[in-house]
Design a binder for this molecule. Structure first.
Ligand SMILES: Cc1cc2nc3c(=O)[nH]c(=O)nc-3n(C[C@H](O)[C@H](O)[C@H](O)COP(=O)(O)OP(=O)(O)OC[C@H]3O[C@@H](n4cnc5c(N)ncnc54)[C@H](O)[C@@H]3O)c2cc1C
Length: 467
C-alpha cells in the first residue's frame, strides 16, 4: 500500500466530490493553480429546475467568507445580492424590540445571502470562466482509500444505476456534514471521527413581504426572539421576505415532538412570537409539514489518508449554525488549503500541513458556535449581558490594539485566527464579568483597573489595523 500522494509539480488530475460552497470554491482555486479538476455532485445542477429545499434558504456571510471570495476573485459575482445586517434586533414577548449593534464601525456588519444564488454564482465561475467539468447526479457511494479507488453511482435518469470507478489521484471530499467519504475512511479504520448530535433541531418558516411588497420589519438586522430553551431568528431576502428559523429541542415538554397538532402549534406561536406569528400566514402549516433539520458537530482526528484522499469543509468539521460561521469557515479552508498546496511538494505533505494548521482553528469555532447558542436564545435578553456588551465596545474604543469583542474578532477580522479569538475571548469574558460585578451602567466601571488588567493579560494584536 503506498501512502505517498502524487507530486504537486506534476499538476495531475484532482477529483472533488461535492459542488457545494466548499467544493465549488476549491475547484476554482485548484484549477487556477493549473490542476485538471473534475467535480462530482449527487444533486441535479441547481442552476436548472427547482432549487434545493429543506436546507437554510439564506446564510450570514461575514468578513472571513468575503475575504476568501475576494482572494479567489469571485466576490464581485455575488456582491449585488448581499443585504447588510448591522445588529441583532431582539424581540421580546410583549412585542417591544431593540437593536444590539454587532460592531461600532460602519463596516462592521454581516450580510444575508441566498444559499442558492451563492452556489449558482460559484458554479458559473467554475464552469463558464474556469472551464471545470462538474458532473451532477453522481453520488459517491464507496471510498476504498487503501485500494486507491472511489466508486460513484450515476443517479440521473435515464442512466441511473451505472457505476463509475475513479482513481484517487487524489480525491478531495467536500461532501458536507453527512460525508460518505468521512464515514468510509472511519469505517476502514483510517481516521477516527465522531458526529455529536445536538438535542435541538430546526425548522424554517416564511415571513412574506407585506401587503405593499415591503419588508414587514427592519431589513438591516438579524431578528432574534430569544426564549430560553428555544428561539426564532429571521434573515432578510432580496424579494423583501424573511426566512425565519425556529430552533428548539427535538423531544421534551416544549419540543418539535410535542408540537404536532395544528391547534397546539398555533397556541405556541401566538404565545411566544406574537408579532412574528401575525406575519406568517402559513406558519402553522409550515411548522407541521416541514422536516426537522439535524444539527451537530463533526470532529475528526485526521482529515486525510496519505496523499490519496482528504476531507475539507463541513465533511471535516461541520459545526452548529449559531455563529453564522460554517460556510465562512469552509471558504477560509479553501484559501488555506490552496496556500498549503503552493508550499508543499506532495499532496500528502499539503494535507498534513493543512490539518496541522487548520484543526486548532476549526475546533475553536466549533466550541464558539455551541457557546453562541446559549448566548442567542438566553443571554441576549439579560440586562447583565447588555452591560457587558456595551463595556466590550467601550474597551475596544479605549484599547483598540488589545481588546476586540470576541464576536467582532470572529465576524470582522479574518486576520485573527479562530483559535486566537477563542483564547483571547475567554480572558475578555472573565475581565468583563469582574469589571461589571458591582456596576449598573458604564459610568460605574473602574476604567483604570480595566486598563491595568488589559495591559497585563491581553498583548497587542499586531496584525490588526483599525479601519
Ligand atoms: C440551518 C443552518 C443555517 C446555517 N447558517 C449559516 C450561516 O448563516 N452562515 C454560515 O457561514 N454558515 C451557515 N451554515 C453552515 C453552512 O450551510 C455549511 O457550513 C456549508 O454549507 C458547508 O459547505 P460544504 O460545501 O462543505 O457542504 P454542503 O453545503 O453540505 O455541500 C455538500 C455538497 O456535496 C454534495 N454531496 C453530498 N454527499 C454526496 C455524495 N455522497 N456524493 C456526491 N456529492 C455529495 C451535496 O449535494 C452538496 O452539494 C448553516 C447551516 C445550517 C444547517
Amino acid at each position: 500500500m503506498t501512502r505517498a500522494g502524487g507530486r504537486l509539480a506534476e499538476r495531475g488530475p484532482v477529483t472533488i466530490v461535492g459542488a457545494g460552497p466548499t467544493g465549488a470554491l476549491l475547484a476554482i482555486l485548484l484549477k487556477r493553480r493549473g490542476f485538471e479538476v473534475i467535480v462530482y455532485d449527487s444533486r441535479p445542477d441547481p442552476r436548472i429546475g427547482p432549487g434545493e429545499s429543506g436546507r437554510s434558504i439564506n446564510l450570514a456571510l461575514a468578513d472571513r467568507g468575503i475575504h476568501a471570495l475576494q482572494s479567489a476573485g469571485v466576490f464581485e459575482s455575488i456582491a449585488g445580492e448581499l443585504l447588510a445586517m448591522r445588529g441583532r434586533m431582539i424581540h421580546q414577548r410583549d412585542g417591544t424590540r431593540s437593536l444590539q449593534p454587532y460592531g461600532q464601525r460602519p463596516s462592521e456588519v454581516i450580510y444575508s445571502i441566498s444559499r442558492e444564488r451563492l452556489n449558482r454564482a460559484l458554479l458559473n465561475v467554475a464552469t463558464d470562466e474556469c472551464g471545470i467539468e462538474v458532473r451532477f447526479q453522481h453520488r459517491l457511494e464507496r471510498l476504498d482509500a487503501a485500494g486507491g479507488t472511489a466508486y460513484l453511482r450515476d443517479v440521473g435518469e435515464p442512466r441511473a444505476g451505472g457505476y463509475l470507478s475513479v482513481a484517487l489521484q487524489p480525491l478531495l471530499a467536500a461532501d458536507g456534514a453527512g460525508s460518505v467519504a468521512r464515514r468510509e475512511l472511519a469505517a476502514a479504520g483510517l481516521i477516527a471521527a465522531r458526529e455529536d448530535a445536538l438535542e435541538h433541531g430546526y425548522k424554517e418558516l416564511t415571513i412574506p413581504a407585506g401587503a405593499h411588497g415591503d419588508f414587514v420589519m427592519e431589513p438591516d438586522a438579524l431578528h432574534v426572539w430569544p426564549r430560553g430553551d428555544f428561539m426564532l431568528i429571521a434573515l432578510p431576502n432580496t424579494d423583501r421576505s424573511f426566512t425565519a428559523t425556529i430552533f428548539m429541542p427535538k423531544r421534551g415538554e416544549v419540543s418539535f415532538d410535542a408540537l404536532r397538532a395544528p391547534a397546539a402549534i398555533e397556541r405556541f406561536l401566538r404565545a411566544q412570537f406574537p408579532d412574528a406569528c401575525g406575519w406568517m400566514p402559513n406558519g402553522v402549516a409550515e411548522f407541521r409539514d416541514r422536516p426537522t433539520g439535524f444539527l451537530g458537530t463533526v470532529y475528526a482526528e485526521r482529515w486525510n489518508h496519505g496523499g490519496r484522499a482528504a476531507l475539507i469543509g463541513d465533511a471535516a468539521h461541520a459545526i452548529v449554525p449559531f455563529h453564522g460561521q460554517g460556510m465562512n469557515c469552509c471558504f477560509e479552508d479553501c484559501i488555506e488549503f490552496d496556500a498549503c498546496v503552493a508550499h508543499e511538494a506532495t499532496w500528502e505533505a499539503a494535507f498534513e500541513r493543512f490539518f496541522a494548521q487548520r484543526k486548532p482553528n476549526t475546533d475553536a469555532i466549533a466550541a464558539m458556535a455551541l457557546e453562541n447558542y446559549h448566548e442567542m436564545r438566553e443571554r441576549v435578553a439579560e440586562p447583565a449581558f447588555h452591560l457587558q456588551q456595551a463595556l466590550a465596545l467601550e474597551l475596544e474604543r479605549r484599547h483598540p490594539q488589545r481588546f476586540i469583542p470576541r464576536y467582532s474578532m470572529v465576524m470582522f477580522h479574518h486576520e485573527i485566527p479562530y483559535r486566537v479569538a477563542y483564547e483571547r475571548g475567554a480572558i475578555q469574558t472573565r475581565l468583563l464579568a469582574d469589571l461589571t460585578v458591582r456596576a449598573a451602567t458604564l459610568a460605574d466601571i473602574d476604567y483604570a483597573r480595566a486598563a491595568f488588567d488589559i495591559e497585563r493579560e491581553l498583548p497587542p494584536i499586531r496584525a490588526y489595523a483599525p479601519a
